[in-house]
Design a protein around this ligand. Structure first.
Ligand SMILES: [Zn+2]
Length: 70
């Protein structure tokens, strides 16, 4: 009989750092890091998480067109 006391609020947080980027994300009970942007992808390493988040940011960049480029 397993005693898994997962009550929704029992979630750890991790501060992932990669090349100057800092991301705070939740960690599931199985140790995978949840993407804080979409919440639909899970990662075993902080690097993978941040590369995924950078891809989110790039998608935003395509939509966001600042006037003062150059
Ligand atoms: Zn995501």
């Amino acid at each position: 009989m397993e005693d898994t006391a997962i009550d929704g609020e029992e979630s750890r947080e991790v501060v992932a750092r990669y090349r100057g980027s800092v991301v705070i994300a939740r960690v599931r009970s199985d140790g995978l890091i949840v993407c804080p942007v979409c919440g639909r992808y899970y990662f075993a390493s902080e690097k993978d998480l941040i590369l995924h988040i950078i891809s989110h940011a790039k998608q935003e960049l395509y939509k966001y067109k600042p006037d003062n480029h150059g």
